[in-house]
Design a protein around this ligand. Structure first.
Ligand code: ATP
Ligand code: MG
Length: 560
């Protein structure tokens, strides 16, 4: 089928749909004016679910937090890395683990429509329920076959014989469907079921490998970059930090968003000396302290390493103990007995708590090396004056962690109170195709950190202007422009109104903008070289020469 034919076909479907929608609206008596018309629609756009705008003055606090991170991490010898927001899906599946919620349910993967279509496969039975649903489904088939063509042409999908064959089948199928529909067969019947069944098989066979995803976290990309840029050849360890948006399709609520921000750091390569773990945690606590975050609690644990005499042995023991109490556990935990029994320890379900408390604890089942490592980490934390709490149930959700794990909670966040999670992941770089490499890192939830700071009254500071220049007259305007330039050079934030305002009006604006001072410049002030500076808080005024005024404001600024 040619592009033209395809476009014609698509237009035909759209026409059918429009006619149907119009008929339906008429039936329901909806006035014509409610019909959206191209070009005239008054649509109000909103940020999509789980995402939000960060606006001034709030962004000042975000900047302050990020600036603090740059400074503190810099003092510990870390350099900033910026990795792309999209990476191959496979990278996350391998590192985070295909079985984790993050990878199996929460990733934003592309091409999005292909995934969407896949998810809608389950609705074949739904499509067979009525004419409207059948129509929607058929529409999807047409759109999908066009997208597949684009993706195949752009080489974003593997051009395997299966894929090419499946694509052809789908194209034929959509012609067939259109023919049937146009001949008046618009009700679900066994023939439609057979036809949709073929579509279902086709899509299931389609190979969607090689997809891209929005990053749900920053460690995988950082490790990928470490390998790609041969950073193992640099002096080890390499200390990197990052900040930026991450994406997870979770249920949005306070402290949980679909686009959220993390500030994270990783130490890659070199030794796995416990002092490295301790210093990383010390840096983290210093950062929170410098941000002014109070009431943080640090929990630590060791989850050993993957060996029979260590975590694997413990896992097996845990699984057999859990089997004994399986009936008393919820569905999630029951499932995890098989997939990842350690995750059962993470459960927040009230009725599971007494059961979990009686389970064997990992500390009693670590191998000697891991036991020693953990003991020294604790000692090293004490040497640094870092206060911690041990939590044997802290296992962390992602697959790559081993030995030291830690989490930090902060007040004012309700149940989303973890502001930071981290741990050691010695096998990860190797798992991603790099050389054997030690690794440890953390990720701070910046949104939650900011929320907690705001809750404790540590919100953004004063946001107003330092100086508002109230000018009147042409000569005064030229002087005002020069004064604004000088003051801005001295670091003052200056508002220079673009059009002339009466002094009364200008002073009103100055105070609405939260300005500290108003500089009053009329032609007479300019003529005698004596400028008037009004302090808005108390209304006092002083006359100063240009030089004296600049000096005065500079001193004020320094004293702020
Ligand atoms: P949680 O248990 O709260 O779901 P997590 O274990 O999934 O957190 P990590 O993957 O370890 O979180 O990410 C580190 C930090 O990032 C978390 O401690 C949290 O502060 C923050 N974070 C994770 N997911 C979100 C989200 N959807 N919205 C906002 N912040 C998040
Ligand atoms: Mg989570």
């Amino acid at each position: 089928m040619s592009d033209q034919e395809r476009a014609a076909k698509r237009a035909q479907w759209e026409e059918i749909n429009r006619a149907k929608a119009a008929a339906k609206q008429k039936e329901q008596g909806t006035p014509d004016s409610a019909e959206p018309r191209a070009g005239l629609t008054q649509k109000q756009f909103q940020a999509i679910r789980g995402t939000r705008d960060l606006l001034p003055p709030d962004t000042a606090l975000w900047n302050h937090v990020e600036q603090t991170a740059h400074e503190v991490f810099g003092t510990f010898g870390f350099g900033e890395i910026r990795t792309p927001i999209i990476e191959s899906t496979e990278l996350f599946a391998r590192s985070i683990g295909g079985e984790t919620d993050v990878v199996s349910k929460e990733m934003y993967s592309f091409p999005e429509e292909l995934d969407f279509f896949r998810q809608n496969l389950g609705t074949i039975s739904e499509a067979m329920q009525n004419e409207g649903r059948l129509n929607r489904y058929l529409n999807l088939v047409v759109v999908f076959s066009e997208r597949l063509k684009d993706e195949l042409n752009a080489n974003r999908l593997p051009q395997t014989p299966t894929n090419l064959g499946a694509f052809q089948q789908l194209a034929d199928l959509s012609s067939e469907a259109l023919g049937r529909w146009n001949s008046g067969k618009t009700k679900p019947d066994p023939e439609w079921e057979e036809l949709l069944g073929r579509a279902e098989t086709m899509v299931r066979d389609f190979d969607l490998e090689d997809k891209e995803s929005l990053r749900p976290e920053g460690t995988a990309g950082t490790c990928r970059a470490y390998i790609e840029h041969h950073m193992q050849q640099l002096p080890q360890p390499v200390k990197l930090y990052y900040m930026g948006p991450m994406f997870r399709r979770e249920r949005p609520q306070k402290g949980r968003y679909r686009q959220f921000y993390q500030i994270g750091a990783e130490i890659l390569g070199g030794a796995d000396a416990p002092a490295i773990d301790a210093e990383l945690i010390e840096m983290l606590m210093t950062f929170f302290d410098k941000c002014g975050l109070q009431g943080t609690e640090l929990s630590i644990n060791s989850i050993g390493h993957s060996a029979d005499n260590c975590r694997r042995g413990y896992s097996a023991l845990l699984r057999s103990e859990l089997e004994k109490v399986k009936d008393k556990l919820g569905a999630d935990s029951q499932r995890r007995i098989e997939t990842n029994p350690l995750r059962v320890l993470d459960s927040k379900l009230e009725h599971e708590q007494p059961i979990i408390e009686k389970l064997p604890r990992i500390a009693d089942h670590l191998c000697d090396d891991c036991k020693t490592h953990y003991a020294v980490v604790k000692h090293e934390l004490e040497l640094r004056g870092v206060i911690y709490r041990e939590n044997w149930r802290l296992v962390r959700g992602l697959d790559y962690y081993m030995r030291t794990t830690f989490e930090i909670t902060a007040p004012g966040l309700g149940s989303q109170n973890a502001v930071c999670g981290g741990g050691r992941y010695d096998g990860l770089v190797e798992l991603l195709g790099g050389p054997p490499t030690k690794g440890i890192g953390f990720a701070i939830g910046e949104d939650r950190l900011i929320l907690s700071l705001e809750e404790s009254g540590k919100g953004a500071g004063r946001q107003g202007r330092d100086v508002y220049i109230a000018w009147m007259g042409e000569r005064a305007y030229a002087t005002a422009i020069r004064a604004a330039k000088d003051l801005r050079n001295a670091g003052c934030s200056v508002e220079l109104p673009p059009t002339e305002l009466k002094f009364g009006k200008a002073l009103e604006r100055a105070s609405k903008l939260g300005s500290r001072f108003a500089l009053i410049l009329g032609d007479s002030e300019v003529a005698d070289g004596q400028w008037t500076l009004k302090t808005l808080a108390d209304g006092s005024q002083q006359k100063l020469s240009e030089a004296a005024l600049l000096e005065y404001l500079r001193n004020q600024k320094a004293g702020l």
